[in-house]
Write a protein that binds this ligand. Structure first.
Ligand SMILES: [Zn+2]
Length: 199
């Protein structure tokens, strides 16, 4: 029997949460084009997130080139304060693109964003849900405050909001899920999956 070095074993990899510009910046910083995808992985697709208003112009040009990927757009909770009226208009252009199949990074970040900005994050979430999400997948970013590892109150409040706007048949991907088993059970009535990426 011939043994094969693990680094040569190819597996098909689907990356459910790609931040293209952060990845390009990281590769440029490290000068290592082999850092992604990891050795041994054949990249067969994924979901690219455009959620920084600074990149909306470039996103409009890039999307037609990303034919192996699904596309998710919106605004990361950390960037909500940067969104201008012009940025919202560009966001609507992106969102109207038929290639866009998910709402990216919709949610609340109590960890990285100062408390003064929290109401603005909730207002933005309501604005997005109020526009309607065309039965797209919602990619949720729910990050509790420091010292609140499971974020029960945050998760419960967000579920209550989703019930008002979407109903339990909404497809949801909670990325960087930090809740416990009790929280996982509470999300189960939704069509939901989780992943552990943080960005
Ligand atoms: Zn992310």
């Amino acid at each position: 029997m011939v043994s094969v070095h693990p680094s040569l074993v190819l597996v098909n990899g689907f990356d459910s949460h790609v931040h293209l510009y952060q990845m390009i910046d990281a590769i440029a910083r490290k000068g290592d084009q082999d850092s992604y995808p990891r050795s041994g992985m054949k990249h067969v697709g994924g979901v690219v997130n455009f959620c920084d208003p600074q990149h909306f112009d470039r996103a409009l040009r890039f999307i037609p080139l990303l034919f192996h990927f699904h596309i998710a757009v919106r605004v990361h909770p950390k960037c909500v304060s940067m969104l201008t009226d012009d940025g919202w208009d560009k966001l609507e252009c992106l969102f109207a693109c038929p290639r866009v199949t998910a709402v990216s990074e919709l949610g609340i970040d109590y960890f990285c964003v100062s408390q003064a900005e929290w109401p603005r994050q909730w207002a933005f979430v309501r604005r997005v849900l109020g526009v309607g999400c065309r039965n797209m997948v919602l990619v949720l970013h729910l990050r509790p405050a420091q010292g609140d590892p499971y974020g029960h109150h945050l998760h419960r409040e967000f579920r209550d909001l989703l019930r008002q706007y979407c109903g339990r048949h909404q497809h949801i991907h909670i990325h960087n899920f930090t809740g416990d088993a009790q929280e996982l059970d509470a999300w189960m009535p939704f069509r939901m999956c989780t992943s552990g990426c943080r960005a």
